[in-house]
Each structure stands twice: as structure tokens, then as C-alpha cells.
Design a protein around this ligand. Structure first.
Ligand code: 5GP
Ligand code: MG
Ligand code: MG
Length: 206
């Protein structure tokens, strides 16, 4: 493909750079809050007991390649010590329809036994990828598994994945049923570097 201006390939923008940035800040705050150990609260009801056990630093795991920008922006806004790693899962190839059989083609480097894991995804569509990853992390003995996805397409769900332990589901935006690109998401490995999420012009698929 000729290196023309990418913006000319976009039919419409669904989530602007500004909307994404604001939402990423909100998600980072929620995550930080949930991983901040509860302070000792001294009152007569609890006798000054520690209300919550201290939480170990979470491992934030990006699903490569699509989550790379989201993860980079998200972790810079989480004001807690965290570890960062990536996992690579293949399920789409270069098309726009999921193969339904994701395979882990590159595993984590960091051990997650007994740790709190936050899986960071670009988009949850059928749920196959997350189902596969959660089973994998469970087998490694993660003590909790949360999911933080920029986009969620609940109308496309085929597989119900279950979070583990006190894991939570964080999502940026509910996404209408379009094949979207930008902010990490590709079509045939292109358009990941768009700063927003949008829909390609139909002629770009041919
Ligand atoms: P699932 O396994 O839930 O069906 O799909 C998850 C993966 O499919 C996502 O991580 C993403 O890589 C890809 N995917 C699903 N929907 C879209 C989409 O609208 N645009 C792009 N570029 N990738 C998608
Ligand atoms: Mg993905
Ligand atoms: Mg892709």
C-alpha cells in the first residue's frame, strides 16, 4: 500500500483521542483505588484492626500487539508500583473475522503464581481470547485475574469467561458492532498508530 495519509482511509471516528485519554485516566484511578491497601482505621467498631490484607503489586499483562498503546497510556496513569509484561495470542490473522481458536504464541516472562494479574486487551469480541488467557493464567496459579479492555462488544460474545478471585472487569467503552482500527487495533497490521479509534472506508478492505 502506498504511504498516503491514513486519515483519508477512515470513514468515521468512534472514539476521539481526547475521549480515550479521559477514559484511560478514569480506568487508571479505579485500578489504583482497588489495589491500594486499606489503611488502618481506628474506631470503636473494629478495634483499630487492619480492614484489608495488604495487596501485592499487580502484574499488568498486555495482549500484544493490539493493547500496546492502551497499556502504555494506562500504566503511566496508575500511580502504584506495578510490573508489566506481554503475552501474544494469535486468533485473527489478517482478516476481520476471528478464527475462534486462539493460540498463545508468546508466553509471559514474569511468574504470576500467587500474584494479582490485570489482563489488558484492546477489544473483547467473542471472548475466546480472554477465555483462553484466563485458563492459562489460572493454571499458573494467579491469585486474582482482572480484565481491563479499552473496548467491549457485548453483542458479539460467544464465550463467557470468568474472572478469578477478586478480579474485576474494567472497560473503556462499549463498542458498536463495527470492525474498528486505531489506537493499537489493526487491519492487516496497519492503522495501529492512529491516535483514535475509527472505522475504515469499505474500499480499504479490498
Ligand atoms: P475475541 O477473541 O474476543 O473474539 O477477539 C479478541 C481479539 O480480536 C482482539 O484482541 C482483537 O485483536 C481482535 N478484534 C476483535 N474485534 C476487532 C475489531 O473490531 N478490530 C480489530 N482491529 N481487531 C478486533
Ligand atoms: Mg487483542
Ligand atoms: Mg489484529
Amino acid at each position: 500500500m502506498a504511504a498516503t495519509n491514513m486519515e483519508d482511509h477512515i470513514e468515521k471516528i468512534l472514539f476521539t483521542e481526547h475521549q480515550i485519554s479521559q477514559r484511560v485516566s478514569e480506568l487508571a484511578s479505579q485500578i489504583a483505588l482497588n489495589f491500594t491497601p486499606t489503611k488502618i482505621i481506628t474506631n470503636s467498631n473494629n478495634g483499630g484492626a487492619l480492614l484489608s490484607s495488604s495487596l501485592s503489586a499487580p502484574v499488568v499483562v498486555g495482549v500484544a500487539t493490539g493493547a500496546f498503546l492502551f497499556l502504555a497510556d494506562l500504566v503511566r496513569k496508575i500511580k502504584l508500583p506495578i510490573s508489566v509484561d506481554f503475552v501474544r495470542v494469535e486468533s485473527y490473522g489478517s482478516g476481520t473475522v476471528s478464527s475462534g481458536k486462539p493460540k498463545i504464541s508468546c508466553d509471559l516472562k514474569i511468574g504470576v503464581t500467587g500474584k494479582h494479574v490485570i489482563l489488558v486487551e484492546d477489544v473483547v469480541d467473542t471472548g475466546n481470547t480472554l477465555f483462553c488467557l484466563i485458563e492459562h493464567l489460572k493454571s499458573k496459579g494467579a491469585s486474582s485475574i482482572s480484565v481491563c479492555t479499552l473496548l467491549d462488544k457485548p453483542s458479539k460474545r460467544k464465550v463467557n469467561f470468568e474472572l478469578v478471585g477478586e478480579g474485576k472487569f474494567y472497560r473503556g467503552f462499549e463498542c458498536p458492532d463495527y470492525f474498528v482500527v486505531g489506537y493499537g487495533l489493526d487491519f492487516a497490521e496497519l492503522y495501529r498508530n492512529l491516535p483514535y479509534v475509527g472505522v475504515l472506508k469499505p474500499e480499504m478492505y479490498s
